[in-house]
Design a protein around this ligand. Sequence first.
Ligand code: ADP
Length: 490
Amino acid sequence: MFVVMIAPECAPVAKVGGLGDVVYGLSRELEIRGNAVEIILPKYDCLRVEHIWGLQPTWHDLRVPWFGGHIPCTVWFGFVDGRKCFFVEPHSPDRYFERGTFYGCGDDHLRFAFFTRAALEFMRCSGKRPEIVHSHDWQTALTAPILFELYQHQGMSAQRVCHTVHNFRHQGTAGPEILWATGLGRPEHFLDRERLGDDWHPGVVNFTKGAIVFANFITTVSPHHAWEARFTDQGFGLGPALARHHDKFGGILNGLDYEVWNPETDPHLAAHYSVETVERKAENTRALRHRLWLRESAGPLVAFVGRLDPQKGLHLVKHALDHSLRQGAQFVLLGSSPDRAIDEEFRFVKHVYNDNPDCHLEIGFDEGLAHLIYAAADLVVVPSLYEPCGLPQMIALRYGTVPIVRRVGGLANTVFDRDWSERPPEERNGWVFEHPDFPGIESAMDRAFALWRDDPPAFRAFARQGMRCDYSWRVPGEHYLRVYEHIRHK
Ligand code: ADP
């Protein structure tokens, strides 16, 4: 099968969060299984070009229709760790992708609607006719409406669209001008609630709603989150639309890239190890303590790695830090936030604990340090309020680090409580709590600390059991292919 991904991110050249990892990891898995995959991305000025091999212009005179005129674009091609990637570079005074940042501009809706139109125009001109076009998140959610409304009769009637929602909170909204910009036009037609019209704000175009209505299949990134999006407030207003289209909506768990995240080969570790040699984790713990000026300690090392976003349950992260120190454990945090207030809040916490030899906060983004932390820690906390899938718990399991998570979204599909789960004991792999409050997280942490303290061999055996879980792309890859096959023949 030939699949084209239209995406705003692809790790490691353009990665903000899990979306970038998914686009890369899924594409790789599909190719391993004998499919052809090409990825179309914006040519951001902040691309990490050192990760692109052979980057060169491949299409010079792409004229992308925009607001009744055209924007000329150059399309570049290069390999990103073996994946075939195209990068769209528009030449206009708007400089859509020359902002020094991926997101966060006032005209993001225009930037990404333009990119979506450009990606489809490039496919038309260059004769790309994949069986499946896979779009990702609000940024490229207009793929299905634009493809079916504008390109259907331009030789692209056989293409089918799968759209993945990585985060329902960000849906992409704009006024009717976006319809003129993209060439869709006809506001009275498209603003209808049965098409692109937002269910709650008359006159507003909702990009993700457009994908739900027009795409052949919509997925989100875990089965439990698919349920939450339909039946709780976690659909952020899209629940009724999902209910209307429930027969083409489902959850597929993200996979983890087991090449990148492999404790047997990871170049960022001080010592490599496998399920048989998990005791060598201790060498990584020593290396991390040395690197972060932590003292040697007989207590467990607890870690948090992630964006410092309220969605991650930041009050619980801070409480996990306090509670760890109170219980004789050490705590390491690696995280960053584009939000000034949150960034300062955590810098203040860092300042408070500056001289504490059992605690370190690293405010920033550091891929290498993240790898070492996962290898060095005994426990990782993921106390999210909202978590469509979540990668830290899967990474932790792969590295023999036991996750402590809140039972929400993808966390509920991947971590099973050692003491309370309905799963058989041999499938349990962590500690889970329900309520996003202090007693909730403490109860889970205390059970973890107790096993660590009272029965170290049992703790190690439990960590090893977690390492045997398979959260690679093997199973999710199969599921996506099943979806592609299903819509391909419709
Ligand atoms: P989200 O997409 O909401 O950010 P995910 O859990 O899906 O959350 O993915 C987060 C990924 O980004 C993980 O691989 C995590 O380790 C990584 N990550 C997040 N923040 C940092 C950071 N400050 N430094 C290094 N890696 C980070």
